[in-house]
Design a protein around this ligand. Structure first.
Ligand code: SF4
Length: 233
């Protein structure tokens, strides 16, 4: 049986959230989405076997430093302006941990944005656990949420993330909640065994969710080793 992803989120919060501030380890312009200003946060409630920021996830107490929501919003806007970009995101680890901070960043951006799009990349667990979180995100019309599904079944999810398989359903619930509150969103999936089956399942939640993005996996040498050890290669 895997670990409790909600309990781990609460424990991680104690390390990476301080009042309305949150830990980050990097700010940059990234090439994804045709160019996007990116703030890389610290701390996650999953332990994905392929995680490309494994070090930050495992050593959240040792890396990064605290930034206020205003600092983060200002830095994102400044990077976007400097590189001529119109998209922003918080990435790296899991942005929905430190809820007050994330909402404050979005509020700051809504005051100063100039036709900017904020893409929230999330594992969705906390949005599935608490409907009011998705409802709160519904206040921001410049937001798009990408829920990154870890596999396409409870069993696969547990193999990939180490968390109990029942939390896969929290990921699906996140999408349901986001649709319910009119938040623009889509699902991506990694290491799926049956994409068509998943698509049908998502369409049952809402027709619009059938357009699933299939994520590729970058096989860095240590990622390959971890996947092989877990029998996922
Ligand atoms: S959800 Fe993302 S940041 Fe968290 S462990 Fe998985 S890949 Fe890493």
């Amino acid at each position: 049986m895997g670990f409790d992803a909600i309990k781990l989120a609460k424990e991680t919060e104690k390390v990476v959230c301080s009042g309305k501030d949150r830990k980050y380890y990097r700010f940059r312009a990234a090439r994804f989405y045709g160019g996007i200003a990116t703030a890389d946060c610290v701390g996650c409630n999953l332990r994905c076997i392929f995680c490309w920021s494994y070090n930050m996830v495992r050593n959240a107490d040792m890396v990064g430093r605290f930034y206020s929501a205003k600092d983060v919003a200002d830095k994102l806007v400044e990077i976007a302006k400097r590189h001529g970009l119109n998209k922003l995101r918080i990435s790296g680890n899991e942005p929905t941990i430190c809820r007050e901070h994330l909402i404050r960043v979005l509020e700051e951006l809504s005051e100063q944005r100039d036709k900017l799009l904020f893409i929230l990349e999330t594992n969705g667990i906390l949005l599935g656990a608490d409907e009011s979180y998705a409802a709160e995100l519904g206040r921001f019309d410049f937001l798009h949420v990408r829920v990154s599904l870890k596999g396409d079944s409870e069993k696969r999810f547990e193999q990939i993330t180490g968390a109990d398989g029942r939390f896969f359903n929290y990921q699906l619930k996140a999408l349901e909640n986001l649709v319910k509150y009119g938040v623009s969103c889509h699902a991506s999936v990694i290491l799926a065994e049956d994409v068509d089956g998943l698509r049908k399942r998502l369409e049952k939640i809402d027709k619009s969710l059938g357009d699933v993005e299939v994520e590729g996996l970058i096989l860095y040498p240590d990622v390959r080793k971890r996947l092989k050890r877990a029998g996922l290669l």
